[in-house]
Write a protein that binds this ligand. Sequence first.
Ligand code: AMP
Length: 416
Amino acid sequence: MAKINDYNFAGKRAIVRVDFNVPLDENGHITDDTRIRGALPTLKKILADGGSLILMSHMGKPKGKVNPKLSLAQIKDDVAKALGTEVKFAPDCMRASEAAAQLKPGEVLLLENLRFYPEEEGKPIGIDKADPAYADAAKEMKERQKEFAKMLASYADVYVNDAFGTAHRKHASTAVVADYFDKQDKMLGMLMEKEVQAVDNILKDIKRPFTAIMGGSKVSTKIGIIENLMDKVDNLILCGGMTYTFAKALGGKIGNSICEDDKLDLALDIIKKAKEKGVNLVLGTDCVAADSFSNDAKTQVCPTNAIPDGWEGLDAGPDTILKFREVILPAKTILWNGPAGVFEFDNFTTGSRAIADAIVEATDNGAFSLVGGGDSVACVNKFGLADSVSYVSTGGGALLEAIEGKTLPGVAAVED
Ligand code: AMP
């Protein structure tokens, strides 16, 4: 695999998989351009070297069909503004050879939404998996995916993948296309490099103590990560809605709190494994309980294992917050995924805010802190603390799979 900073793009046409899946309002205007800004270092480096750019991305889930509401033509001018140069547009990804061939150094061509073509995702559409015809359709689609990827590759001399958000997908543009480039002509973009480095800091280059904070609503969606982290962390805080599955499993009364009744054994198993592995598992001991699921509900602080009937735990309590701070402040490596309460309600942000503040303090004292996964990112943004932690990941599913220890196809494809 080549390294983007060592590569000279002068006179080369670079096809770059970016993540321009930006949110649009009903008039097709971008409401948050973070993802476009995230790709700029890579794109500017290529242009500054004297290369030309072919940009490709998906937007939304058009499921293999053309959908004007998800056309990347809508964001062409925004990309041009961000890059400070004109951007040409190719309305058909399969017929962009001429436009690509005509690119001069410094010029930019944006391809239409890749997911307008079923070949991008490479899965048969409109056939149930149980249908006997599915296997043949899937095989045919894989062949079409290869052809599609080959076509994309033919537009350029070099391939760069800078779309971390889709790195966990084996799509034509994120992985298969890399097969058609030599080792020295495919690489990760700068954003991808930063994301991969951040995950390495968490999983490989660990400075101790390592405290992971897993929150959110359910234990079931986090179990893969919890299990992988169990071999690595010194302290594991489990907070948010999953607190009550643990409290109930341990025989507590949890009132109306959110609970996965079919995961009580799993919760006990996690407690047992933590003991066996010498991991300090930290669970909330008290909570802010509410008499309804609303911002204006009446509240009381009570033990997480003695919540009155009709009440539900919606945030971490004061003793819990102190316990969390005790293991976050001295940490030298910190991972935070998932809020400690229903942070969308302003009256139930205290626990999440306390975690964010403790992470910022620990970071100021030299810890490496990674915040990732949609809701914790929303938390640090809501608190205005995104610039005060070491790294805020742009990847949702991709980050979680990487932390689970899975190989990301988008990374593996350029490494091969
Ligand atoms: P997840 O997508 O699993 O990371 O969960 C994030 C969601 O968990 C957020 O929308 C929070 O509002 C929710 N959440 C956190 N704590 C609680 C709680 N105590 N009760 C219900 N939902 C919660």
